[in-house]
Design a protein around this ligand. Sequence first.
Ligand code: FAD
Length: 437
Amino acid sequence: MSEKIYDAIVVGSGPAGAAVALQLSKAKKKVCILERGPRVKNPGTVMGMLGAVDLMGMMPGLISPMIVRGIALGGSTLLYCGTAAYPPKWLKEKYKIGLEEYADDTIEELDLKPLPDHMLGESGRLIMKSANDLGYQWEPFRKFFRPERAKGNCTGGSCMMGCSCGMKWTAAEYVDQAVTLGAELHLKAKVDRVLRDNGSCIGVVAKTAEGEKQFKAKITIISAGGVGTPGVLLRSGLEEAGKKFFTDPVVMVYGIAKGDIKGTRHDPPMSVGSLAHYDERIVFANLADPWLMLPAMMALGRPTRFWQAFQLGRALGIMVKVGDEMNGEIFKSERFHKPMRKTELDRLKKGSEISVKILTKAGADPNSIAITPIRLTHPGGTARIGEVVNDNLETGVKNLFCCDASVIPETLDLPVVLSVISLGKRLADYLVKNNRV
Ligand SMILES: Cc1cc2nc3c(=O)[nH]c(=O)nc-3n(C[C@H](O)[C@H](O)[C@H](O)COP(=O)(O)OP(=O)(O)OC[C@H]3O[C@@H](n4cnc5c(N)ncnc54)[C@H](O)[C@@H]3O)c2cc1C
C-alpha cells in the first residue's frame, strides 16, 4: 500500500490551527489535523474542564506564576472569555503583517459584536457606569458570542468552564467544518518532533494511542500554541525557539458589594472593559474567576479576610491585564521559567489602584478589596516573526511553518484570538496562491 501524503499537516486545533485547516480544506486540499487533547464531551462541568486544562502549567516553579492553557479540541478557546480585539496597528506598521482584511472577514463571518445591553450583566453595567463616572472610558467589548443560542437561564457566566449551550464560539467549530469538507482529525495525537529529508520538512512523528506514528505531507504547520509550538520546534532541533516570551500577566481585583447585587460571577466574562490605557499597556474588563477557583483566589488575595470567599455571590471583579517584558524561556519539556519584572509589576499595581477606585465607586466595601496572585493567560512570541519564522511564517526548515500566538513578535497585551485566526487565514491564502500546497 502506498504511503499517504497529505497536502498539509496542521499540528494543534486552537483558533490559529483551526482557521488554517478550514481555509485549506475549503480550497480542496488534503488536510490532516493532529490534536494532542481530547474532544471535551461535557463542557461546562468540572470533569470536562479537568480533562482539558494543562495541569502541569498550573504548577509552575517558585519563581513563575501559573500559565493557563487548554489541551483539547479547540485549544484555549474552550476556556477563553470570548472577547474579540482587533489586531494591533503595530503589526502592520512595524512588521508589514497586514491582518485587517482577514479580521474584517472573520467579524462578518462570525457576526462578532458587543452583547445587547441586557446581557452585559448587572454588575458589568454597574462597573462600567462607575468607571465612566470617574472618566475611565469603559465600553461593551466585541464578543465571540451568539446570544440567540443561549439556553434556559444561561447568562454566559460560567463559559470559562467550557460553554455547554453553544453561545460561545470555539475553534472546535472550524475543525468540525474542516472535517465535513474532508479533513482528517486525529485526537490524542501528541506531535513529538518534525521529520526532515534533505533539510526539508516532510511531516511529523506523533505519539498516539497505538504508539509512535509518522504522518507525512507537502507542508507542515505547527499551531500548538505559545507553549506547545516551541516544544515541538526544540525537540526538532530548532534551538532558536522558546527564548524570551510574553504572557500578558493578569490579576483580578475583587470587592464585596455592600448592597444587594448579583456579583460578577453571574456576568458574561469581559462583557465590558477599557482599552483606553493600551498605550501604557494596561487593559481592564469585568471578570470573576470560574466558580471552582473563585473562593481560593479570593482567599489567596486577602488571606486575613478569608471568610469573604463565602460571599462570592456579591463579589464585584475587575481583571487587570498588562503587557510584560519579553523574558524567560520555554524548554523542550514545555516546562517554563518566567520571572516577573518591575515593569509589569508596576503596571499591575497601577491597574489595581484604578480598579479599586472603580469598585469602591460601584459600592464595594473598601475594606474587602482582594487582589489575586498573578496568572499568565496569553503565552506567545516563542517563534517570533523575523527571528524564528519569516513574514510568510516559514521557519528556516523548508516546508515547515508556524502559525499561532508563538509567531507574534512582541507583547500583545490584547485578547489574541481574532489576531491568530487572521494569521491562519493569511497563511492559508499565501500557501494556496503560491502553490505551496
Ligand atoms: C482563561 C483564559 C481566557 C482567555 N480569554 C480570551 C479572550 O477573551 N479573548 C481572546 O482573544 N483570547 C483569550 N485568551 C487567550 C486565547 O485563548 C489564546 O491566546 C489562544 O487560544 C491562542 O491560540 P493558539 O492557536 O495560538 O493556541 P491554543 O489555543 O493554545 O491551541 C493550541 C492547540 O495545540 C494543541 N497542542 C499543543 N501541543 C501539541 C502537540 N505537541 N501535538 C498536537 N497538538 C498540540 C493544544 O492541545 C491546543 O489545542 C484567554 C486565555 C485563557 C487561558
